[in-house]
Design a protein around this ligand. Sequence first.
Ligand code: PGA
Length: 260
Amino acid sequence: MEIVIVPDAAAGGELIATAIAELLTGKPDALVGVATGSTPLPIYQALAAKVRAGALDVSRARICQLDEYVGLPKGHPESYRSVVLREVLEPLGISESAFLGPDGSASDIAAAATAYDHSLAEAGGVDLQLLGIGTDGHIGFNEPCSSLASRTRIKTLTEQTRVDNARFFDSLDEVPHHVITQGIGTILEARHLVLLATGEAKAEAVAQAVEGPLSAFVPASALQLHPHATVVVDEAAATRLKLTDYFRATYAAKPAWQSL
Ligand code: PGA
């Protein structure tokens, strides 16, 4: 795993947007997996700025979703499909036809989850998957004790995650209890994993994921199994890491032609 410590969230967003731009330059129809939540917003803002400046062509890019709430009506503003349309596709000018996501309103959720896994494989696999990390160490909605080999499936949210996400709804009661999430095994199939964590609230989860043992109790520790995983943290999210000097020195020695 490569750990990159950046001064702040905006710098993390710019760095990751640059890596996505490099990917799309080499592979214009790359499949980019996006994450929801507050953390990745600086990435999407930096990407949109590149598109507006004419520095990035996303006309052939394809986008896919990491997870989705179960049971919200189609078009609900907080369904992750709506969030990705609003925060990623519209600002970048990418058509919905280039977007893959699981159907959280399907009558057969298990079948919808399996179908989504298959659609990712049929699309040639995910080239770069963006990830956030929960305060409980989850990636996607793979809550603690998710199988490290899990496929896309239905999961029950922990109370902590529902409380963390209640800010997007009018009340905690409105936060769904169930989700469809790419499994950890599914996530590990992406060719490059890029996790962004910002703020002190994430510092403990980051330290456990990066420097703790591989454990289903900390799903993000599964990144230790991936040959090309990058963890970008701001100074606040890096405060519990022990090897910060080594991580800074390693990144400083990276060849200038490669951003991540
Ligand atoms: P956040 O969510 O970016 O809103 O903190 C991250 C996550 O739960 O994966």
